[in-house]
Design a binder for this molecule. Structure first.
Ligand code: C2E
Ligand code: CA
Ligand code: CA
Length: 936
């Protein structure tokens, strides 16, 4: 109850309503109460007065009648009066009767008591035979009645009327009415049984003219009395002053019924008021409580809380308000969300964020606002509209943005109308799924809503919402899709414009190559990177020779074509990591990073010169050009971009001065090396044809049996001028130039041929190992070549072993892995050369089909001197054996090394201790000599 009241008091509207209701109920109720109260009261008083009037009148009449009766009885009396014998009637009426003479003197009788004077007018009246009333004013106000006495003229009788006869007993009067009789004029009280009434009654008469039936009243002993006056005319009938009858009654008696009524009425009114109060309080709460909730939620909306819902389950107007309010707050929430999403997108656009960030935000917004299975944005490429990329998300994971690239076919693009305000497309298998919905196909979508993204009247993409089931979009949703598409269009347009500006600022319009600005920027970055990593790189400065002639003889537009074509040719010679730029006119620069050595730069420069020396086709005419290239190396030829460019430029002028069409290093020493290498390279290329290459064979011995288990084929170049050239000199060169491929094939063919020859001679060599360089191994076609060669030689595959290096395994290239598996499956053995110098990962040994591990010379060399080497060799042997591989120790030169290796259970050894690599004829001899003791 207290809580209830407290709630009412705290709600201002409820308090006001409550007071209003209570007032409305209370005022009429109170008015009715007061009105009916006073009405009843006045009615009761009126009734009381009527009763009093009637009582007064009736009393007066009774008095008159009694006096008349008394006078009639008196008239029957005669002189002399025998007092003793007077009848009982007389005695009952009169207390005494006397005779008065004509002179007014009393003659007889009259008993005891005073004998008042009979006034003359009364005497004369009696003389005329009419009765007269005389009030004995001398004493007790007794009432005397005079009447003629028959038989004695001149004398008359006077009788004192018994008060009990005349006034009667009070019981005769109606209840609780008191009566007084007062003589008019003298105001003498003749009769008044209630002594307390005497004085007020007399006073009341005083102020009244006793001429009419008048009401009056007084206050006595704290009580209010009401009275009615009845004047009774006595002069005519009894010749005396009029008598006034006053009948009185206490007001409280008269109003007694009102009190009863009030006793009942007040509790009823109070009860009714309480009921009204309670009902209004309840009703007010009923009205105000929802208002209060509404206020709370409205305040929530004011602070952007659109989530909470007004819970009012009522089927009245409040219920309707709640529903409407919830709809409103939901819509406001949606609008707020979309406004904030839009402003976020606008911020991103203005902040020139990359398009992906904007697309991500747009897709996130779409996921939140329009439910769909797959939501995506497809953007056509700026430069080639037949290529597109689609960003998409699944609303289940809106943060995971996926990207797909695809060709944008003309037919599919025709589905997108730049002026479209959104349309539906069925994906029901009746037509091929368009490229911009290909990503959604795996999710089983059947229909898609498409909003093309258009800018300047051209479609630059499409926003699509894909659905598994039939779906509809509200007008609001499609409007939002349009708005978002427009935002994306603006973003795309601004990105394209930025891209265009960037292109203009950083790229050469004629060739599409980076310009000087961008090139210098990249050069500086490369310098910083190389400094950080301690790496080197080279810079080529290319200048076309006699390009001026092209312009002069063919015109500038043809000259431009030549420049474009030159740019393409230069780019084609380079690797992915290299950068080519056009500085100005016919000047190009190339940055070559991640070089194995400066010589690689020189070779590339030579390749570029060769490419530019090819003829240029200018319609009907032909033109030949060449180029001069200057090479600068970082950090040797300059520490800054400017210095490097200057060095390369200087070198280029030297190349021009030296007769053009050549590449020259800024550093002289490098040029000499380059020349030497070029010569060597040129000679090597001729070496195969001139039969200058030979294979020597180094035997491999089984540690346990001491028998020759195999031989490694090692190449030698019998140079006409330089004599026997070590493979360490020409193999790396051949690797760089790519000539290694031919050398490799030659080696395999030669080794096979040699093996076949020896077998034919009965030389029981079970295995020959051939070194395969990484570059050779990576080239496609090696597998086929080996198979064909081995097949044509008729040798079993297991007698041919291939030595590869760890680096190949690290590459994890599919081609490398495939070839290894293929060789293994064909039955060839694979040996891992120089083991221990590379990354030496045992996990690779397990994974790849490698049969033999060749421990590198450096470990064997130190095996009897350092415990480290010994530990490493012991570990390699143990692990290789655990993996089931054969171990060969390379470069064994001393008996001590052999003893240690035997102890460590090494399988085979190879080295000068046994033999150097020997020419075939010598190897044959060695083999036979070595075999003899074994046989014997
Ligand atoms: P490799 O494969 O490690 O060959 C072993 C090298 O160690 C050979 O040098 C061999 O003569 C030398 N050697 C053998 N026993 C000892 C010894 O006890 N002490 C010392 N100090 N050296 C010893 P070579 O013939 O000069 O070959 C050098 C490298 O050239 C080879 O190293 C191999 O990587 C490469 N190579 C040789 N022939 C070919 C070939 O036909 N094709 C390819 N791709 N590379 C080859
Ligand atoms: Ca080898
Ligand atoms: Ca080796």
């Amino acid at each position: 109850m207290i809580g209830f009241i407290r709630r009412i008091v705290t709600m201002r509207v409820a308090t006001r309503l409550f007071l209003l209701f209570v007032l409305c109920a209370f005022v009429p109720l109170a008015a009715i109460a007061v009105l009916s109260f006073s009405q009843v009261q006045s009615l009761l008083l009126k009734q009381g007065e009527q009763r009093l009037g009637a009582a007064a009148k009736a009393y007066g009449m009774t008095l008159f009648e009694r006096l008349q009766l008394a006078s009639e009885v008196g008239a029957g009396l005669a002189e002399p009066m025998d007092h003793g014998k007077t009848g009982t009637v007389v005695q009952r009426i009169f207390s005494r009767v006397g005779v008065v003479g004509a002179d007014g003197r009393w003659r007889s009788g009259a008993g005891d008591g005073t004998r008042p004077q009979i006034p003359s007018d009364a005497r004369s009246r009696i003389a005329k035979g009419r009765p007269a009333v005389i009030v004995d004013t001398t004493g007790t106000n007794a009432i005397l009645l005079g009447f003629p006495l028959s038989g004695s003229p001149g004398a008359f009788a006077v009788g004192e009327v018994r008060p009990e006869f005349l006034w009667g007993s009070p019981d005769e009067l109606p209840t609780v009415i008191d009566v007084c009789v007062i003589e008019d004029g003298s105001h003498r009280v003749l009769h008044c049984p209630d002594a307390s009434m005497r004085a007020p009654a007399a006073r009341a008469i005083d102020s009244q003219t006793a001429s009419a039936l008048l009401s009056t009243g007084w206050e006595s002993e704290g009580q209010r009395f009401r009275a009615r006056v009845w004047p009774h005319f006595m002069r005519e009938g009894f010749g005396t002053l009029d008598w006034i009858v006053v009948a009185a009654q206490s007001e409280s008696y008269q109003l007694a019924p009102v009190k009863k009524f009030a006793a009942l009425f007040v509790p009823i009114v109070v009860l009714a008021l309480l009921l009204v109060a309670w009902l209004t309080a309840r009703q007010s709460l009923d009205i105000v409580a929802p208002l209060e909730k509404l206020a709370v939620h409205a305040r929530g909306i004011a602070v952007n809380n659109f989530e909470s819902r007004l819970e009012l389950r009522r089927d009245d107007e409040f219920g309707e308000v709640a529903v409407a309010f919830n709809q409103m707050s939901q819509r406001l929430g949606n609008q707020f969300d979309s406004l904030s999403a839009f402003s976020e997108i606008d911020r991103l656009i203005l902040g020139a964020q990359d398009i992906e960030a904007i697309v991500r935000t747009v897709l996130l917004r779409l996921c939140n606002s329009i439910p769909a299975q797959v939501v995506s944005i497809t953007l056509l490429n700026q430069d080639s509209a037949d290529q597109a990329r689609t960003f998409f998300v699944l609303p289940a994971a809106p943060q995971a943005l996926s990207l797909e690239r695809h060709a944008a076919t003309v037919g599919d693009r025709a589905l997108l109308d730049p002026d479209s305000r959104g349309s539906w497309l069925d994906v029901d298998g009746s037509r091929a799924v368009p490229f911009f919905l290909a990503h959604a196909e795996p999710y089983g979508v059947r229909a898609a809503y498409l909003q093309p993204i258009a800018w300047g009247g051209a479609v630059c993409g499409v926003l699509s919402l894909a659905y598994r089931d039939a779906a509809r979009l509200t007008e609001e949703e499609s409007q939002e899709a349009r708005d978002l598409a427009d935002r994306v269009a603006v973003a795309v347009a601004s990105a394209w414009r930025d891209e265009q500006l960037y292109q203009q600022a950083h790229f050469d319009t004629l060739t599409g190559l980076p310009n000087r600005l961008l090139f210098k920027d990249r050069l500086e970055r490369e310098i910083a990177r190389s400094q950080r990593e301690g790496a080197t790189f080279a810079l080529l400065f290319i200048d076309l020779d006699h390009f001026k002639h092209v312009n002069d003889s063919f015109g500038h537009s043809e000259g431009d074509k030549v420049l474009g074509e030159s740019a393409r040719r230069i780019a084609k010679c380079l690797r992915h990591s290299d950068t080519v730029a056009r500085l100005s006119g016919d000047e190009f620069t190339v940055m070559l990073s991640r070089l194995h050595g400066p010589q690689e730069a020189w070779l590339l420069a030579e390749t570029i010169i060769a490419a530019l020396s090819q003829e240029f086709n200018l319609g009907e005419q032909r033109c030949f050009l060449s180029a001069s290239i200057g090479i600068a190396s970082f950090p040797a030829d300059g520490a800054s971009a400017e210095e490097l460019l200057k060095s390369a430029d200087t070198a280029m002028y030297r190349a021009k001065a030296a007769g053009r069409a050549q590449a020259i290093f800024f550093e002289e020493k490098m040029n000499r090396e380059a020349v030497a290498r070029v010569t060597l390279d040129r000679d090597l290329r001729a070496a195969i044809d001139r039969n200058e290459l030979v294979l020597h064979y180094q035997p491999q011995i089984d540690v346990v049996t001491g028998r020759i288990s195999g031989a490694e084929a090692l190449i030698r170049w019998n140079h006409p001028k330089q004599g026997l050239v070590s493979p360490l000199r020409f193999i790396p060169l051949a690797e760089e130039s790519g000539f290694i491929e031919q050398i490799g094939r030659w080696t395999i063919e030669r080794a096979c041929g040699q093996m076949k020859e020896w077998r034919a001679k009965g030389l029981d060599l079970s295995r020959v190992s051939v070194n395969v360089s990484p570059r050779q191994f990576r080239r496609p076609g090696l597998g086929d070549f080996i198979r064909a060669t081995v097949e044509s030689s008729g040798l079993p595959a297991e007698c041919l072993e291939f030595e590869i290096t760890e680096g190949l395994l690290l590459e994890r290239g599919e081609a490398v892995e495939g070839l290894l598996l293929e060789l293994d499956q064909s039955g060839h053995r694979i040996a891992l050369d120089d083991f221990g110098t590379g990354f030496s990962s045992m996990s690779y040994l397990q994974r790849f089909p490698v049969h033999t591990i060749k421990i590198d010379r450096v470990f064997i060399e130190g095996i009897d001197r350092t415990s480290d080497s010994q530990a490493i060799v012991a570990a390699i042997i143990a692990m290789s054996h655990a993996l089931g591989k054969t171990v060969i120790a390379e470069g064994v030169e001393t008996a001590g090394q052999l003893a240690l290796l035997t102890k460590l259970r090494c399988d085979e050894i190879q080295g000068f201790l046994i033999s150097r690599a020997l020419p075939p004829a010598e190897f044959e001899r060695f083999f036979v000599e070595r075999a003899v003791p074994a046989i014997s």
